[in-house]
Design a protein. Structure first.
Length: 310
């Protein structure tokens, strides 16, 4: 009797979950107005290796199997690691985008490492990246100090033709919406990776009181990190859950504006699915078991947004 009841509860829970998740996905997918894309519009989905425990080859194979066009990873320091990465990317016929940053509190050391990494990425002999996404500067550096990162990347893009973006990220130069607007107004060549989940967290809101600022910055966004944040954190536990419907819709509305511009202008759009592992992913106490499947959520986001934006 106990086993039968357990099976019944398990089956009922699964059916309930399906009935709750699918309608939201269908609703989100059909809300985007149909816009005729100009020739040149291209949609590339990138997968993160953040939280993936296997080898480079295993990661690339898994991303390819799910239907991703490419991957976004940190630039590896060691030559052997670089070769292994590019071998896997070539084997599985994937595009690649790189993350670039420094971490030191001292500006001189920080900027030197940033330049070293960016130079290596742009000059690598294996495969030209689709873009470079920068975790630029620090929130406690001055405007003039952080501007050095923008000036260097602007010159590098003009010299190499590789798009270089600056991510809207906590603890970095563009940690808040109003600060980012100031940087963008004073630096016309600045282009963004929009990870707006960070601003939701920083401003403890869905940014309704900063609409003009956000709309202006959406016009500078070229790449999207499609994590869903909320007023109290940079990542909801599971975007498929119905309690996050309004939060999901807010993010979709922001991303829709970027996609509309890209379609009308006939430009490439890259989207990274970037739900992270524990500790970004909420976990059970003591066991640190994640509350949801990170990989499955990222694949869900990829399929949802592909259906919406293709």
């Amino acid at each position: 009797m106990a086993q039968t009841r357990r099976n019944f509860l398990k089956h009922t829970t699964a059916l309930t979950a399906v009935s709750l998740l699918n309608p939201l996905a269908e609703l989100a997918a059909r809300e985007m107005p149909r816009i005729e894309a100009k020739a040149g519009y291209e949609l590339l989905f990138m997968q993160t290796d953040w939280g993936f425990a296997g080898s480079r080859d295993e990661f690339c194979a898994a991303a390819k199997k799910e239907g991703y066009e490419g991957i976004e990873v940190w630039w590896p320091d060691k030559a052997d690691d670089q070769k292994a990465l590019f071998d896997a990317v070539k084997k599985h016929k994937l595009q690649i985008g790189f993350l670039c940053a420094g971490y030191q509190a001292n500006l001189t050391e920080h900027l030197a490492l940033f330049k070293k990494n960016l130079d290596a990425i742009c000059a690598n002999p294996y495969q030209q990246p689709v873009y470079v996404n920068c975790h630029s500067g620090r929130d406690y550096f001055t405007y003039e100090q952080n501007k050095q990162f923008i000036d260097y990347t602007t010159a590098k893009t003009k010299a190499t033709g590789i798009p270089i973006y600056h991510e809207t990220h906590r603890s970095r130069m563009l940690f808040a919406a109003h600060i980012s607007k100031d940087f963008a107004e004073r630096n016309p060549d600045l282009r963004l990776t929009l990870d707006i989940s960070h601003w939701c967290n920083v401003h403890e809101s869905l940014l309704a009181d900063q609409k003009e600022t956000v709309d202006f910055l959406l016009s500078r966004a070229e790449h999207i990190h499609s994590r869903i944040g909320h007023a109290e954190g940079p990542q909801v536990n599971d975007p498929r859950a119905p309690e996050w419907e309004n939060v999901v819709k807010a993010h979709l509305a922001w991303w829709d504006k970027i996609i509309e511009r890209k379609k009308r202008q006939g430009e490439r759009m890259t989207i990274l699915t970037e739900f992270g592992p524990v500790d970004y992913m909420p976990a059970l106490p003591y066991t640190r078991q994640p509350l949801a499947d990170q990989w499955a959520i990222n694949v869900y986001m990829m399929n949802l947004l592909r259906k919406r934006y293709q």
